[in-house]
Design a protein around this ligand. Sequence first.
Ligand code: PLP
Length: 374
Amino acid sequence: MSRMPEGVLREAVIDSGAITANVRHLRALTGAEVIAVVKADGYGHGGVRAAVAALEGGANRLGVADIGEALALRRAGIDAPILAWLHAPGASFAEAAAEGIELGISSFDQLLAAAAAASAVRVVGVHLKVETGLGRNGIAPEDCAVVFAEAARLERIGKIRVLGIFSHLSNTTPHDDRAALARFRDALALASVHGLAPQVRHLAASHAAIDLPEARFGCVRLGIAIYGLSPFADRNSADLGLRPAMTLRAPVAAVRRVGAGHGVSYGYLHRAQRETTLALVPLGYADGVPRSASGAGAVRIGRSTFPVAGRIAMDQLVVDVGDAPVAVGDEAVLFGDPTLGMPPVEAWADAAGTINYEIVTRIGPRVPRRQVTQ
Ligand SMILES: *Cc1c(COP(=O)(O)O)cnc(C)c1O
């Protein structure tokens, strides 16, 4: 039986070596430059740690949603190129520009704001984002000509530098993604007509980077896959040659022998079928363990995997381990690398009716992240 280190109440163990290895593997697989997406605190793994590990694996650039995330990476001493693409209405880009953050630009107004952040000594690097069907941000096809023309003019007068043109796919069907890809090609052709010659063109996130080679354009933006998780419902991490980087675990905090009929947790959704042992695990929905996975999420203790018994509470959950010789201090793993015998995070995602992305990104701030390198 694996034991937890003394004094640990709960932790997410982050194998930064797995992130490095995953990036290396994906670079080789795609033959493309990698923008490692480390938004949302590195999908819950720790943004700085994920960034460092990804750069170590050969990532060429980092991607985050917003400028605050980019500035946090800079403040932590990361000097690699960073792209941020989701901005507050009316945001000033001055601070981002001062830190050399590259800006995703989705509108004419944002383009002007980027140019306004330029100075005599500072050209602002931008990536123009075009809308190709997802219905989120991006320059509308009918606005592309005007925005591209102005971008070319601002580039000529030394205010901005168009480093990239990009878009994002819906992963609905290959047919839908190819239609978006055709719109992306149209936008690239139009940009070229206007005299723009970006260094990078990027369309594919993890899903298309792996599955749709024609969407790679020599540069891919990879999020979920660098953390070792699959973007596909029908293929797991190992199928893709990836190693999950996060293990969520806690010690068994108490064990209780109870008789048949004993209720478990709020609402008594579970009752002991016969005399059994209940093991208490100090992880709950405040830690990001989804309450909707009550009665279903998987917990590995020793050599067995058990479903959660009854309702997941704010701080704790209970496992009905039968007659297994479980003791206080034994390690309870909610998810980790299934090739090492741990439940996959997808077992929790399925139990909660969601996807692996949501489970890892919502692991709460109360759970310390402990970095290891294997
Ligand atoms: C989050 C995000 C990504 C990464 O997506 P994955 O599916 O996690 O690889 C890439 N591009 C954009 C624009 C995103 O918002």
